[in-house]
Design a protein around this ligand. Structure first.
Ligand code: NAG
Length: 335
């Protein structure tokens, strides 16, 4: 499948190492799990991005899945990225929850989509049994399923940094009227959890020599949709992305498709959260600086990368291209 977990080997090596030298633990423990993903024969990398989807096929989820299969075949995609809110309304109840198969395995059936699905959790996933959704039991049922809190996917052309953004959002902790969340592993030391996520990300980004650096989270940094900007991420995450020359920040959460450019950095903010229920109709500040594209209906996004070129496209429920844009880089960057 082209995906392998390197961290386990690292941990094992470390263990062996540690017995002779008592130094290794500090750096290895903080390290994020890392998968290696092969590129295509021509050295290019393609993937689809979908978010906010698991509704047992309803709200056009199945139609979007069909078009993903078609575009996935055309682009010969290496994997799929899920930006979270994988299972509505309240995540998965346990390792025996049939919603996993009904909303995932039996929906994304196209041959081109039988690739790794690198997935983060959304706030709706946190309303269920998080440990279950992350569990290897589901990977046994459907080997495509690769869902972790924060992790890395390394390829020859790009590195993807998946970040668990849920613990950043104050509202989920402070509003007594809000839903119940499965904060095992986050509470009682939320500040420490967040600090570790940021430290691990910063370290991984600064050590990365990848041509394209792509950060993926559930919540938007910039959005003109229903939820808008996530202020906690603007304050805490964005400075790290800017300092490390990140090219793209990709998210879901708002049930729409968006492309927004930053006004003082090269970062492109891309929302792909239109995997099922959409058409919310509330848009704030469409004329805001940097907004290149906004679509309120269902759809998904594709990315194709080479060492020098990046091509992006957003599609609607019928597979029609709604918006395209390209980025390019010199082959040899002057550092
Ligand atoms: C499904 O997609 C069509 C075409 O975009 C749209 O008219 C319709 O409202 C969508 N259905 C739902 C339930 O969102």
């Amino acid at each position: 499948m082209g995906a392998s977990l390197c961290n386990k080997t690292m941990a094992l090596l470390c263990l062996v190492f540690m017995t002779t030298l008592n130094l290794c633990l500090v750096s290895i423990v903080a390290e994020l799990p890392k998968f290696h993903q092969t590129t295509n024969g021509d050295g290019s990398l393609s993937f689809l991005v979908i978010g906010d989807w698991g509704r047992r096929g309803a709200y056009n989820q199945s139609q979007v899945a069909l078009q993903m299969g078609r575009i996935g075949e055309k682009l010969d995609v290496n994997f799929v990225v899920s930006t979270g809110d994988n299972f509505y309304d309240n995540g998965l109840t346990g390792v025996d929850d049939v919603a996993f198969e009904e909303s995932f395995t039996k929906i994304y059936t196209a041959k081109s989509l039988q690739r790794p699905w690198y997935s983060v959790l959304g706030n709706h996933d946190y309303r269920g049994n998080v440990e279950a959704q992350l569990s290897h039991v589901f990977r046994k049922i459907d080997s495509r399923w690769i869902c972790l809190k924060s992790f890395l996917v390394n390829t020859e052309v790009a590195e993807l940094f998946f970040v668990d953004t849920n613990p950043f959002v104050d509202m989920y902790f402070n509003d007594p009227k809000d839903h119940k969340y499965d904060w095992r592993g986050v509470l009682p030391k939320r500040e420490k959890y967040i600090a570790n996520v940021l430290k691990d990300l910063d370290l991984a980004l600064s050590e990365s020599s990848a041509k394209w650096k792509i950060v993926v989270g559930h919540h938007a940094i910039r959005s003109v949709g229903h939820h808008g900007d996530t202020e906690e991420l603007v304050k805490q995450l964005l400075p790290i992305l800017k300092a490390n020359n990140v090219d793209l920040y990709i998210n879901g959460h708002d049930h729409c498709l968006e492309h927004i450019s930053d006004n003082d950095s090269p970062i492109q903010f891309l929302t792909s959260g239109a995997g099922s229920k959409a058409w919310r109709g509330d848009v704030k500040g469409l004329n805001r600086e940097g907004v290149k594209f906004f679509y309120d209906g269902q759809g998904f996004m594709s990315v194709k990368l080479t060492q020098t070129e990046a091509n992006f496209a957003f599609y609607d429920v019928s597979g029609k291209v709604l918006h395209r844009f390209d980025l390019s880089k010199p082959l040899y960057a002057d550092m």
